[in-house]
Design a protein around this ligand. Structure first.
Ligand SMILES: [Zn+2]
Length: 97
């Protein structure tokens, strides 16, 4: 049995930038909350979070929202409703900038 799980393939062809702007980090953060981010996007996000305090705060706020949205009663919410909630949340966040 080959040790498949130890092999990590990072798709480099799209972008090999390690340092990404906050905008992209936030976008990757949103995607990772919904399990839509690729491994490479998560890695870049984590690297960004190491040196960017603003995005760390954004990320932790986002995490709280996701926890809330994953609650059972919110789980049956249609995705359009979830998007509305997400947009409202993002608007709220941008007001604090
Ligand atoms: Zn940042």
């Amino acid at each position: 049995m080959p040790q498949k799980e130890l092999v990590i393939i990072i798709p480099m062809k799209k972008s090999n930038k390690i340092f990404i702007p906050c905008e992209e980090a936030n976008h990757n953060c949103d995607k990772s909350q919904y399990n839509e981010a690729t491994l490479w996007e998560k890695i870049k996000l984590n690297i960004h979070l190491l040196y960017c305090r603003i995005c760390r705060e954004y990320s932790s706020n986002n995490g709280k929202l996701t926890k809330l949205m994953n609650r059972k009663e919110v789980g049956v919410m249609p995705s359009s409703e979830k998007n509305n909630l997400k947009q409202a949340f993002e608007k709220e966040l941008s007001n604090h900038e």
